[in-house]
Design a protein around this ligand. Structure first.
Ligand code: NOJ
Length: 445
């Protein structure tokens, strides 16, 4: 397989996120984010890790962008920390925060890298969380202000935008299960958070369209096939409910279809009623130029009457003895191929960009070398699957590896390493892993 087979205009990129990489959490006027506060609570993050310094990208961005360039990538995807731009979430703009992103954008352009900017990658200002966060009826107003400021400040040079990163991720883990910041648990948080995120992704798109000339606007979804454990009817129904949560809940309203209501699923009925969502079909719709697909695992589920709201549980990859990453996530490139086809089959998706793809394996740095052969194999298999989908007509335009360097992996802390570049978090020393070298030869051959 060669990069050329994907076409000369195929976008090869690498992605990072503000809260996972920047550090400098209290520097130059930045306000706290929900992750800074969450990490201070005991037992929330493995090893008691904090995102305060992370990879110190805030100070080392020049060197890190040189690495992006050296590895042969054309696109650099990064996110904007809302509380660096608007320390209180609304109101006053922090000029130094804006200046930082201007430096990053200008450096990208200088190096010939295309900046892809994610507006929201999970780090709400703590000041807004105090007012209810994503579950608040004011969220849309707050988010609109943030998008407006970013469009006005950066829209002259940034043309490629991703409105939200994995809304199912931050609403379910942050407002239903409590595993992620802000650690809220319960339907009374989850249902409004979902609805506000659906509204925000469309409204964000509209604001960008209005304020940024020639913008190319997308939003990213977490996407995972939900497979029934058996062909018993109850398991098949469980897989259909899981499919709504894993794949359909955020994209379908954006395509103008409203919330999925073709499966017997009381939770979704509640979502619709709770938010009187039928009134908002138009406002939930936006004509995105592309969607970002992010597939990290395939899921097998079975009916389980004991689990509240969803009546299903996962049959883990480990118990089924299929290959897994060190995150315990099933490795299944065929499933990735089917996911690309599935999203393309909506018919009204114009372009797909795989806006993240990658894996955590326990790497070992020995004599200056990280021989992460598993990760190389993972990329090879997944790219091959993507090539097949592309050759069969799926309009997939780009692939962004997750992630440039080892970083703060949310509640897993710093031990879950996904990078192409190894980071020693004590010294901030970067070492290109063999997977990084593999990418370089793949892209420059
Ligand atoms: C998707 C998220 O967008 C990213 O922040 C995270 O690190 C990866 N999944 C790996 O878990």
């Amino acid at each position: 397989m060669q990069a050329k087979q994907f076409g000369n205009d195929f976008l090869w990129g690498v992605a990072i996120a503000a809260a996972q990489n920047e550090g400098a959490y209290n520097v130059d006027g930045r306000g706290l984010s929900i992750w800074d506060s969450f990490a201070r609570r005991q037992g929330k993050i493995k090893g008691g890790d904090k995102p305060f310094t992370a990879c110190d990208f805030y100070h080392r961005y020049k060197d890190d962008l040189l690495l992006v360039k050296a590895l042969g990538f054309k696109v650099f995807r990064f996110s904007i920390s809302w509380s660096r731009i608007l320390p209180e979430g609304i109101g006053r703009v922090n000029k130094e925060g804006v200046a930082f992103y201007n430096r990053v954008i200008d450096e990208c352009l200088l190096l010939g890298l295309i900046p892809y900017v994610t507006l929201y990658h999970w780090d709400l200002p703590q000041a807004l969380e105090k007012e209810g966060g994503w579950a608040s009826h004011q969220l849309l107003k707050w988010f609109s202000r943030f998008v407006t400021v970013c469009s006005e400040e950066f829209g002259d040079r940034v043309k490629d935008w991703i409105v939200l990163n994995e809304p199912m991720g931050f609403t379910s883990l942050g407002y239903m299960i409590g595993k992620h910041a802000p650690g809220k648990i319960g339907l009374e948080y989850f249902l409004p958070a979902v609805h506000n995120a659906v509204m925000a992704q469309a409204e964000g798109g509209r604001i960008l369209r209005h304020l940024v000339p020639k913008a190319h606007i997308g939003t990213s979804f977490s996407c995972s096939e939900a497979m029934p454990f058996s062909n018993k009817e109850l398991d098949i129904q469980a897989a259909k409910r899981a499919d709504i949560l894993l794949n359909r809940l955020f994209i379908e309203p954006s395509l103008g279809r409203g919330y999925p209501n073709d499966v017997d699923f009381p939770l979704i009925d509640k979502l619709i009623l709770h938010n009187k969502a039928w009134k908002y079909t138009d406002k939930m719709t936006f004509n995105f130029d592309f969607i970002g697909v992010q597939n990290y695992f395939a899921l097998t589920v079975k009916h389980n009457p004991l689990i509240p709201y969803v009546q299903l549980s996962e049959v883990t990859a480990k118990t089924r003895k299929v290959p897994v990453t060190d995150m315990g996530w099933e490795i299944n490139a065929d499933s990735f191929y089917r996911i690309l086809k599935k999203y393309w089959l909506y018919g009204s998706v114009k372009e797909i960009i795989v806006s993240e793809g990658g894996a955590f394996f326990k790497d070992e740095l020995k004599n200056g070398v990280v021989n992460d052969a598993h990760r190389i194999q993972y990329f090879q298999d997944y790219l091959q699957a993507m090539l097949k989908a592309k050759q069969e007509g799926v309009n997939v335009k780009g692939y962004f590896a997750w992630t440039l360097m080892d970083n703060f992996e949310w509640s897993e802390g710093y031990k879950a390493r996904f990078g192409l570049v190894h980071v020693d978090f004590k010294t901030q020393l970067r070492t290109i892993k063999n997977s990084g070298y593999w990418w370089r030869s793949f892209l420059t051959r």
